[in-house]
Structure formats: structure tokens, C-alpha cells
Design a protein around this ligand. Structure first.
Ligand SMILES: [Zn+2]
Length: 750
């Protein structure tokens, strides 16, 4: 034990565990997380140790073997763990080994503490040898751009780390394992990962691993057995285990208390659960007394494992680390509250997502055009210019004249407080045949039907991939560019080639490519380079992904785009903070739609342009304003500046979470309420009117998450103030007038 100051006994923590504030009122961690500190407690009589923070508690037995024997939701008072399993599982040189764990539980439906004394260590498993405690450690360096962050962030997140050490059983001498945990302050989230050290004197293949195995309550309904999509496209040599299901994770997750993601994220779905191939809810084959019939079962076994491989050769002396799983315990079945919990998780685990620069998509990379766009950005208060696809920006161009030209432009922009960078296409693109990802089914370059998610794509673990990444690093470092838009990213395509320089074959192809993209993104973050990626790569450094929209919609008539834009924001902010999703504004024609869809000439469509700005800045959501310029006349400039100034004057509350008031339907008002109990301006609502006539409505405003308890002062945009009393459910009723095709906003405070 290194950290004795945090050691306490269980009874001393009762008040903390119950989340009782000094005033005696139970604290809600989503309103005031300050009393929930991660700590470690010991129970010497039971040979147990626990990590807990008043919200969640994970209990470990340390003898006769180390195993998780409790996972308690302290917010609901419920015990989540149903059965004891190994801490992890690794397959080395073809043989499967448990890491720790206890056997002999009579039934798997529930875990009675009385059974633990009779349960046994598994002699064939890695055996517990000791443990250590310490502070949390950053996953990688991050150089924040504080001018784009309006809310407090911490890196690494504060908390406590526990490492359990294990030694391999006979026959595998010289191999040791570590099981790592981190528990964080103020949020019911813990991290888990596994480390292996090979000192056996020989090379061992790591064929497979499960870094987390949790047998938990079956809160999800029955689902059919089946194989996930990834397995079907892989052909017959990698048949799925029988306990898998085709039921989508987002369906299962809706009913589970545990929300689990890993930093092994890929897939291009731009949703946390879909882009997490390392997380599975499966049938529990040991669970004979649970419901399972008609080919259906309740998915109540969580496994964190890659679907194939990783198939790595661990040479003697090698140290290997798994991906990391992050586990959030929910305390509610209500959609908004579950969303708020997940959004808080991203704020804590990936604080770079809270950088929210105002940016445009520069349509051309010609120096004179870039300077014009930068000048307009500076005049209007924009903070970034991304030289978009089709602009001519080319990360692969190593010509010294080109690099010098970009450096001059980056310096020009930086002097005006504008970040500059550009677009790089990585998936669904042509590359030399030797670098293409190979289908396991055909032995030929993979297409959409046989293994390439977005059609023909490069294998990143090739000489081509290494060179591409080297050029990105070199260009960005040399020219001083500070934003990279990495399109397609790495979608997770496997590659069956055996002659690629960066991987051995099929089994390690996804792992090795993931390592490459992860390392690039982490390098960017360490160097202050902002990342927009149409994939869920947040845990490795991405800041933004698409809010969720259909590109062709930007070719619809302007009036339709106004409503659909607000719908996309409304729907995209259940699982993302406003800063995590980008939108799009086609100042010039995008895919099509002609003059009816286009905002240029800007001065001729000023009311529409203003609606777009109000939709977006009112939500705290940035968009790719795509065109050669932001304004064409002083009147247009004034409109752009008005909404930029509005955002900057209220940046902290607009960057805060959204409570969804009424979804836009084009038939009546719609609106959002931003909330943040830590701010004096603890609420800000924007109410939109899509109708051709002015409206007056009675609108119920749920103020619970503003932290206000009995009264609120509403400050209308015209300067009027109104004191209102909160109802029993922390809501207030307001009379709101909104002009035709307009909007009104008001702030809420004490
Ligand atoms: Zn390959």
C-alpha cells in the first residue's frame, strides 16, 4: 500500500457512500459532484479491498485468489454483480488462461456473500502476487487550447488507481500480468485494462484476450442468438462463439445499468456504442439457471475483447497493454438523465472535446483566398479555418515550396488568432495496390461486400500507411498547422495480407492499424493540434464528429434546412455535448440544389443566414460554414458578428449540457435549455418559431439541472428580468412570445 492516507474502514465511509451533504440533503452527482471522492477501503477480516467514491463501489477479494466480488451501485442501492469471474483472460501460445477469479459459486443468479468463504482459487490461473495504489495517470499528453475552452477541465481526471499483480501458472514461468483500475472523483465511472510482461525467454503469441468479464444482473430483455455483422463478412474460418447475439448494442444498452466503451473505437457510425467493437453483451454459458429458451437469452455477461485477435507475437522482454474499458453505472432509466451521465463521462475522460472553436471550411487553399478567409474570420470573431476537401490542401505534398507556403499562411492566421489546417482522406480512397486492405474471403483488395466498410481502402499497417502518417506529422510540425480533419479515419477494416510491413496477417491487422491511428491522434493532441474525425475516436484525441446529418440535406431548399438543422442538433445532443458534434452550412452550393439551397449571395438571404447562425450558436454547436467568405457586405458582417458575440458573451453556458424541451417539427415552437449548476448564469434557453406568424406560448421549463431549488430570475434578451418561483418538480411556467420565423432567448440565474 503506497497511499495510506486514503485508507479507511468501511463504516467510516457510510456518510460518503450515501452521498449526504453537510446540510443533510442527499447530493445528486449531476448537480453537485464535489462530495464524491474516489478512495480505497480495506476489510482485513474478509481479505477484501474496495474502490469507491460514494456513487459506485467495486469490491475485490484478495485470497485465496484475487477476484471482483462486488459491484455496487451506491446511487440506487443495488448490487450489480451476479457471479464471480476471472479478472481477465488471455490466450497465450494457443492456451487459454484465467487471471485470478474464484470458482465454486452454487448458482449464477445472484451472489451471496456467504458463499465466498467456500469458493476456491483456480490453480490453472494466473495467481495474485500483490497490489499497489496511486494517483490516476494521463493516458497521453494533451496540450490544451484554453482559448477554446469555457468550462473547467482536468487532465488526467482526478481519482485513484489500483493495480493487481499476477504471476503465470506452471508452464508459463516468466510471464506476469497486471490488472489496472482507475476510479474517478465525482462520477460513477471506472477504467480497466490489462498489462502483460513476457520474460519467459521465448516469443509467445497473444492470440486473444478479455480485459473485462462481468457477470451482471439481467436487466436487458431476451435477444436472439446470432453473429454480429463483422463475423459474417469474415467467412468461415472465424466462426463466432455460440454466445453472441445480433441484437444491436444500443438496444441492449437501453436496458442495462452499465454503459461501457473502450478506446478501441472505430467503425464510422459516429455513435459511442456502435463504434466499440471491443464491447459485447453475450450469453453466459455458465448460467444454467437463467432464462434461455427458443434460441433466446438474456445478455447479462459483459466481455471486453476484440472480435478477432489481437494475434500479436510477444517477444521475450515485451510489455503489452490492452485497450482500456470505461464503465459508467447509470442511476436512472430516464433518457435525459442517462444522456447527461454519458455526456459528463466524455467531459471527464476526453476533456479536449470541450475545446469548441468557431470555424469555417475554407473552400480553396490558394494563398490569396486563404488570407481573405482568415481576415474575415478575424473580423467576425471566428477562430479556425479548415481547408476543406476539394480545396487543394494536400498533406502528402512534401514539396518544400508548398510546405513553406503553408507555413507562411499558418503564421499569417496565427497572428490573427485563427487556427489553420486542412483535410486528409484516409478511408475509401485509392492507394497503390500493394497498400490496399486484402479481403479474407477473396484474397483480393477488399470491397464493400467482402470486408472494406467504405469500399476499397488502404491498409494502414503498410509502408504506404507509415509514409502517409510520417508526412502528416512532418507537414504539421514544419508548417505549424493546428487542425487536422481526418476523413474516413480508420473504420476497422481487417486485412488478410501476409506481406504488409506493419502486421503479420489477418489476426493482428485490426489491432496494428488501430495502434497506428491511435498514435497519430495522440501525437496531434500532445502538439496542440485540434482533430475533427467522422468516427467515435474521442478517447484517443478527437474533439468533434458529425452531429448526425445527411449530407444531401444541404441541397434542400433553404427553409427546409432550417428545421432539419434544428432536428439534427436536438437528436445529436442526447449522447454528445454541443461541442462534440459539428454541423454544416453550405454558403456556396454543396452537392446540389442550386440557388434554392445556397446562401450566397449572402446579402440576398440575410434572414435565412441569420436563422442558421441563431440555430447553431443558440445551441452552442459549431458548423462548417463552407465557402470562400463569411460575409459580403457590412450588413452581413454585422449579422455574423452579432451571433458570434452572443456566443462569446454566453460561451460557458452555451457549451454546457442541453435539456431537450420540444423537438422541432415545423408545426409549432421548438427549443433547448442549456444548464450548468456551477455557473452564475446557470440556464439559457432558446425558443424558435418556425411559423409565418408570431406566437405566444406557455412553456414549462425544467430547471432541476440548473441547481436552483426555489426561485429563479429570468433575464430576457431585451433586458427585462422576471423573478419566478419553482414548482415542486423544479420547473417554472413562462409566457414566451416569439416573432414569426424568429427566435427568442433568455438566461436563468439566481
Ligand atoms: Zn494489411
Amino acid at each position: 500500500m503506497k497511499n495510506n492516507t486514503r485508507l479507511k474502514l468501511f463504516p467510516a465511509l457510510l456518510a460518503l457512500a450515501l452521498g449526504v451533504t453537510p446540510a443533510g440533503r442527499a447530493a445528486d452527482w449531476l448537480v453537485d459532484p464535489s462530495s464524491f471522492h474516489a478512495t480505497v477501503t480495506t476489510n482485513a477480516a474478509a481479505n477484501e479491498i474496495a474502490l469507491e467514491n460514494g456513487l459506485v463501489r467495486r469490491v475485490f477479494k484478495l485470497s485465496p485468489a484475487a477476484a471482483t466480488v462486488g459491484l455496487d451501485n451506491l446511487m440506487t442501492g443495488e448490487s450489480v454483480l451476479r457471479s464471480v469471474r476471472p479478472e481477465a483472460q488471455v490466450t497465450l501460445a494457443g492456451k487459454k488462461f484465467d487471471v485470478g477469479g474464484l470458482t465454486g459459486q452454487p448458482v449464477q443468479n445472484y451472489l451471496s456473500p456467504e458463499w465466498l468463504a467456500q469458493m476456491k482459487a483456480n490453480p490453472a490461473a494466473f495467481q495474485f502476487t500483490g497490489m499497489s495504489l496511486g494517483p490516476t495517470v494521463e493516458r497521453f499528453p494533451w496540450k490544451p487550447r484554453t482559448e477554446w475552452i469555457s468550462l473547467p477541465v482536468a487532465w488526467p481526471p482526478a481519482g485513484i488507481a489500483l493495480t493487481l499483480n499476477f504471476a503465470a501458472p506452471a508452464g508459463l514461468e516468466g510471464v506476469t500480468a497486471e490488472v489496472h483500475y482507475e476510479l474517478y472523483d465525482g462520477i460513477p465511472v471506472m477504467a480497466k485494462w490489462v498489462v502483460l510482461h513476457n520474460r519467459s525467454g521465448r516469443t509467445l503469441t497473444l492470440d486473444a484476450f478479455k480485459s473485462e468479464i462481468l457477470a451482471v444482473d439481467e436487466t436487458a430483455p431476451k435477444v436472439d442468438r446470432g453473429a454480429p455483422r463483422e463475423w459474417r463478412v469474415m467467412g468461415t474460418t472465424n466462426l463466432p462463439p455460440k454466445n453472441y447475439t445480433e441484437a444491436p448494442r444500443e438496444y441492449i444498452d437501453r436496458f442495462t445499468q452499465l454503459f461501457v466503451v473502450t478506446d478501441y473505437a472505430m467503425g464510422g457510425d459516429m455513435e459511442a456504442m456502435k463504434d466499440n467493437p471491443g464491447v459485447r453483451w453475450v450469453h453466459d454459458p455458465l448460467y444454467r439457471t437463467g432464462i434461455q429458451y427458443y434460441g433466446q437469452f438474456k445478455p447479462c455477461l459483459l466481455e471486453c475483447t476484440p472480435s478477432v485477435g489481437p494475434g500479436l507475437a510477444l517477444t521475450n522482454g515485451a510489455d503489452w497493454q490492452s485497450f482500456r474499458a470505461f464503465e459508467l453505472l447509470h442511476d436512472s432509466t430516464e433518457q435525459e438523465r442517462r444522456g447527461l451521465a454519458e455526456r459528463k463521462m466524455w467531459r471527464v475522460l476526453a476533456p479536449w472535446t470541450q475545446e469548441n472553436p468557431i470555424y469555417m471550411h475554407g473552400r480553396t487553399a490558394k494563398p490569396a483566398d486563404v488570407k481573405l478567409a482568415v481576415d474575415q474570420c478575424a473580423a467576425a470573431g471566428f477562430e479556425m479555418n479548415i481547408l476543406t476537401f476539394g480545396s487543394g490542401f494536400n498533406v502528402e505534398n512534401t514539396n518544400t515550396g508548398y510546405v513553406a507556403e503553408l507555413k507562411e499562411l499558418a503564421d499569417y492566421a496565427a497572428a490573427r488568432h485563427v487556427a489553420l489546417g486542412g483535410y486528409d482522406l484516409l478511408a475509401s480512397r485509392g492507394v497503390p495496390e500493394a497498400a490496399q486492405a486484402i479481403s479474407q474471403l477473396t484474397g483480393q483488395p477488399a470491397g464493400e461486400k467482402d470486408g472494406a466498410r467504405f469500399g476499397a481502402s488502404p491498409c494502414l499497417a503498410t509502408d504506404w500507411g507509415a509514409e502517409h502518417f510520417r508526412r502528416i506529422r512532418n507537414l504539421y510540425a514544419t508548417a505549424g498547422l493546428t487542425v487536422l480533419e481526418n476523413d474516413g479515419s480508420y473504420p476497422g477494416d481487417f486485412c488478410a495480407a501476409t506481406n504488409h510491413s506493419g502486421h503479420l496477417g489477418y489476426a493482428d491487422s485490426q489491432w496494428r492499424q488501430w495502434e497506428d491511428i491511435r498514435d497519430l491522434y495522440r501525437w496531434c493532441r500532445g502538439n496542440g493540434i485540434y482533430l475533427t474525425v467522422p468516427d467515435w475516436h474521442f478517447l484517443n484525441g478527437s474533439s468533434k464528429t458529425a452531429m448526425g446529418y445527411v449530407e444531401n440535406n444541404w441541397s434542400l431548399p433553404r427553409a427546409e434546412q432550417e428545421i432539419i438543422e434544428r432536428q439534427n442538433i436536438y437528436d445529436g445532443t442526447w449522447e454528445k455535448t454541443p461541442s462534440m458534434g459539428w454541423m454544416f452550412v453550405p454558403l456556396t452550393q454543396y452537392h446540389g440544389g442550386g440557388a434554392a439551397a445556397t446562401i450566397e449571395p449572402l446579402k440576398e438571404h440575410l434572414p435565412h443566414y441569420e436563422t442558421r447562425l441563431a440555430d447553431l450558436f443558440g445551441a452552442g454547436v459549431m458548423a462548417s460554414y463552407r465557402g470562400p467568405r463569411l460575409f459580403d457586405t457590412p450588413e452581413t458582417e454585422a449579422v455574423v458578428k452579432r451571433w458570434v458575440d452572443f456566443y462569446k458573451a454566453h460561451r460557458a453556458i452555451l457549451d454546457s449540457d442541453i435539456i431537450h424541451l420540444r423537438r422541432p417539427d415545423g408545426r409549432d415552437w421548438d427549443g433547448l435549455l442549456h444548464v450548468n449548476p456551477a455557473l452564475p448564469e446557470c440556464g439559457l434557453a432558446v425558443i424558435y418559431n418556425p411559423l409565418e406568424e408570431p406566437i405566444q406560448r406557455q412553456i414549462k421549463l425544467p430547471l432541476y439541472y440548473t441547481g436552483l431549488t426555489d426561485r429563479a430570475v429570468v433575464r430576457w434578451e431585451d433586458g427585462r428580468t422576471e423573478a419566478v418561483a419553482l414548482a415542486r418538480d423544479y420547473s417554472v411556467m413562462l409566457t414566451v412570445k416569439v416573432p414569426a420565423r424568429g427566435r427568442v432567448w433568455f438566461a436563468v440565474g439566481k
